[in-house]
Design a protein around this ligand. Structure first.
Ligand code: UD1
Length: 329
């Protein structure tokens, strides 16, 4: 298939492009490089420099004719979304509407959307399945849920099929070392742990140790980006071949606490990783993990790299490259 990947130069996007090319699809990346990087572009993929907020850019890209689109061009920092909702309205919501309108105009009938576990809010039960009520607790999560609703309407009215993939905590790097772009100003746990291990940051702050979990720190479901990437390929092929839309959770189905993650990182990196327990971060749910049974059944998803050791070792391998003398971050 001819596939347009919006946000294909980003952290998850670059892994998706690699997987799409590996599955024999032809890929064009559309990215404004605000958080994506030229170094993340694969030689086999075309590149369009464009901004999803500008409908003319999006129209011009779709006019090239695509069978499918993978949409990952969004902001994703939960805290920032509460401080600057405008940014998230314009980029995530207006940007997606630009994409859907252009897909409709130019006959692109299949969209894979990177949604998030943030659509659920604090869980009423775990593991979280797709029937779990949605109640986002951040503006970021709200934008993801609204986009899922737009997708359903454009499916009903325009026949654009979609796969909404609700990622849990994306982490790790391609185990073959082919992707090495670091996220700028990371907000997520594992990159911050790696920055401490690399000596770029003095210590990790662990947000809260009074949760009702086995060691008092939050439980999350970390899933490897290469496993997520494979799900995009399978989902695109599923919706295109069946003409059926799909909403699935993508998690490893294993809950890991923050302390367990840090201890595993100390073991794997051999570094001290100083950490201080501080107060809770607002908006954090105590335990979030998925059941991905539906993804296993429908898109035949079978995560292979989402164990804690692979997540950490593959990330550490990338961070170590930047710790060599003279290598620029
Ligand atoms: C959130 C979203 C998730 C989204 C992701 C994208 C929710 C419920 N989840 O995940 O859907 O895809 O952001 O960025 O909105 N932690 C520390 N110290 C740190 C950083 C994190 O202790 O310096 C802890 C957090 O409190 C949390 C865990 O590590 O318990 C993971 O945090 P993070 O990586 O930020 O992801 P989430 O907030 O779980």
């Amino acid at each position: 298939m001819k596939v347009l990947v919006l946000g294909g130069a980003g952290y998850i996007g670059s892994h998706v492009v690699k997987a799409m090319l590996g599955a024999g699809h032809s890929v064009t990346v559309f990215d404004n490089l605000s958080s994506g990087q030229l170094g993340n572009l694969f030689p086999g993929a075309d590149f369009i420099a464009g901004d999803i907020r500008h409908s003319s850019d999006v129209e011009a890209a779709f006019a090239r004719g695509f069978d499918g689109c993978v949409h990952l061009a969004a902001y994703k920092a939960v805290g920032e979304s509460m401080a600057q909702p405008e940014k998230y309205s314009v980029n995530n919501i207006t940007g997606t509407l630009n994409m859907l309108n252009a897909a409709g105009t130019h006959g692109c009938k299949n969209v894979v959307f990177s949604s998030s576990a943030a659509v659920f809010g604090s869980p009423q039960y775990v593991p979280i399945d797709e029937k779990h009520p949605t109640n986002p607790e951040s503006y970021y999560g709200f934008t993801k849920l609204e986009i899922e609703r737009f997708l359903a309407w454009y499916d009903q009215i325009k026949g654009i099929k979609y796969a909404a993939l609700r990622y849990f905590n994306a982490a790790g790097y391609s185990v073959d070392g082919s992707i090495t772009g670091l996220e700028r100003n990371p907000q997520n746990l594992l990159p911050i742990v790696m920055e401490v291990a690399s000596g770029w940051r003095k210590e990790l702050q662990i947000f809260g140790r009074d949760y009702n979990t086995r060691d008092g720190t939050c439980v999350r479901d970390y899933v490897h980006v290469s496993d997520l990437a494979e799900a995009h390929v399978n989902a695109l092929e599923y919706i295109a071949s069946r003409g059926e839309s799909l909403t699935v959770n993508l998690g490893s189905e294993t809950g890991v606490t923050v302390t367990e993650m840090v201890e595993a990182a100390r073991r794997i990196t051999g570094k001290d990783i100083p950490a201080a327990y501080v107060g809770r971060r607002s908006g954090d749910a105590s335990a979030l993990f998925a059941t991905s049974e539906l993804a296993r059944k429908t898109i035949r998803w079978n995560p292979k790299h989402s164990d804690v050791d692979t997540l950490i070792a593959s990330t550490w391998a990338v961070y170590q490259k930047y710790s060599a003398p003279g290598v620029k971050k």
